[in-house]
Design a protein around this ligand. Structure first.
Ligand code: HEM
Ligand SMILES: [Ca+2]
Length: 407
């Protein structure tokens, strides 16, 4: 089992990963693992294998592509650290629905409803970030780099900036020509799902319970709006009572953060809260080293207007009522406290807390709570697997010129 052969230190050091560049380096154990994950996804799916993804696919056609993504994300993360959770959720919602084909980025068009308008995607963010990067790459190598690759690469860099593990990625994905609105509505896992529903949903994409538990560690960063767990605080299962599995102190804390508004109310509240620390989703991460490993200029005039509006959107993005998932504050890093919170009955989403109700999933929650390097390694492997789900490669799909429109 390749996973077991990996040296922990390669997965656990955030300092080495955040200074990594896109240039080839000694990733042999990681690439080996990646290949194993890659093949196992294909085999489990029983589909025609998509083996045309390659390491550094753009090495000849657009050698700057990966470093542009990396530098743009590093730059944007300094301005708004919430780019990291936004992109991580976005890549999950793309890859989970018909694979990593940028289907989630398409706007509605004649005869094709868009995934981004489907209810589970209502609060997705990060489309503007992909557009900014795409525009930049198009200036350098027009029509070459897919939106699907930009998304997986950008999400990976966001994870690294947020203090999570680095994971190697193959490239060469192509973009879908359709958006799968109904599939997104029906198949993205809902926050009120019980454990068996969540496991079934991930298992249908080839993830076992260990991988599912590790992927949910993504809920270490970002924001959950109150509407997604309001019922647990005030009216669980229409009982007019809170969810009895909630820790009482935690319940009170959450009630203080989320007033009892009807779930149909859309009035935003001015309060935005960290739990229980004072960190906000825009706090700079200490893992950001501020140094630049390439000569790429992150603030080119071509996208200056976009960048400006992106910076301006900061104030509106923190106003909606929600709970910051970075319990521990960014300085503690990625992963640990999420699992410790579940052990204490302090999972925010019902689906998160459900991980403690299964014997096997409970074992993994305990393992990750106490062994951060195991979590980092498993999360990295699971993200590689997620990023390789059912990719489209040539001659399928296309390279979009604008990520929200079919070319
Ligand atoms: C059972 C599975 C899952 C459920 C039910 C679920 C549900 C949710 C919900 C309801 C939110 C809050 C959205 C909002 O308030 O706007 C959220 C946020 C988030 N989810 Fe998940 N999620 C699941 C799995 C995952 C996975 C596998 C990943 C990534 C690998 C992920 C990454 C994130 C991130 C990073 C955020 C924060 C987004 C932000 O702050 O912009 N989730 N999730
Ligand atoms: Ca997709």
């Amino acid at each position: 089992d390749t996973k077991r052969d990996l040296n922990d230190s390669e997965w656990s050091s955030s300092s080495s990963s955040s200074t990594s560049s896109s240039s080839p380096r000694d990733w042999s154990p990681l690439m080996q693992a990646s290949r194993a994950v890659f093949l196992s996804v294909d085999e489990e799916d029983g589909e025609e294998p998509h083996r045309n993804l390659e390491y550094d696919f753009y090495r000849d056609s657009c050698p700057e592509a990966e470093s542009i993504v990396q530098e743009m994300i590093r730059y944007l993360y300094k301005i708004r650290s919430d780019v990291a959770p936004a992109l991580l959720r976005l890549v999950f919602h793309d890859c989970f629905i018909e694979g990593c084909d940028a289907s989630v980025l398409l706007d509605a068009a004649e005869g094709n409803d868009s995934e981004k308008d489907s209810p589970p995607n209502e609060s997705l963010k990060g489309f503007d970030i992909i557009d900014i990067i795409k525009e930049e790459i198009e200036q350098v190598c027009p029509g070459v780099v897919s939106c699907a690759d930009i998304l997986v690469l950008a999400a990976r860099e966001g994870v690294v900036q947020a203090g999570g593990p680095f994971y190697p990625l193959f490239t060469g994905r192509r973009d879908s020509m359709v958006s799968f609105s109904d599939t997104a509505t029906n198949e993205l896992p809902p926050p009120q799902a019980d454990l068996s529903e969540t496991l079934a949903s991930f298992s249908s994409r080839g993830f076992d319970s260990r991988e599912t538990v590790s992927l949910l560690g993504a809920h270490s960063i970002g924001v959950i709006h109150c509407k997604f767990f309001q019922d647990r605080l005030y009216n669980f299962g229409r009982t007019n009572q809170p969810d009895p599995s909630l820790d009482p102190d935690f319940l009170n804390l959450m009630k203080a953060k989320c007033s009892n508004i009807s779930s149909t109310s859309s009035a935003p509240s001015p309060s935005f809260v960290g739990v229980p620390s004072s960190s906000t989703s825009v706090a700079p991460s200490p893992h950001f080293d501020g140094s630049s490993s390439s000569n790429f200029d992150c603030s080119p005039s071509s996208s200056a207007a976009d960048l400006h509006s992106f910076e301006d959107s900061l104030s509106s993005s923190i106003e909606e009522q929600g709970v910051d998932m970075a319990y521990d504050g960014p300085e503690v890093g990625f992963g640990t406290v999420y699992y410790r919170s579940l052990l204490q009955g302090k999972g925010i989403l019902y689906a998160d807390q459900q991980l403690m109700t299964g014997e096997e999933t409970g074992i993994w929650v305990r393992a990750y709570a106490s062994d951060v390097s195991m979590f980092r390694r498993d999360f990295a492997l699971a993200m590689m697997k997620l990023s390789n789900l059912r990719t489209l490669t040539a001659p399928m799909g296309q390279i979009r010129l604008n990520c929200s429109k079919v070319a």
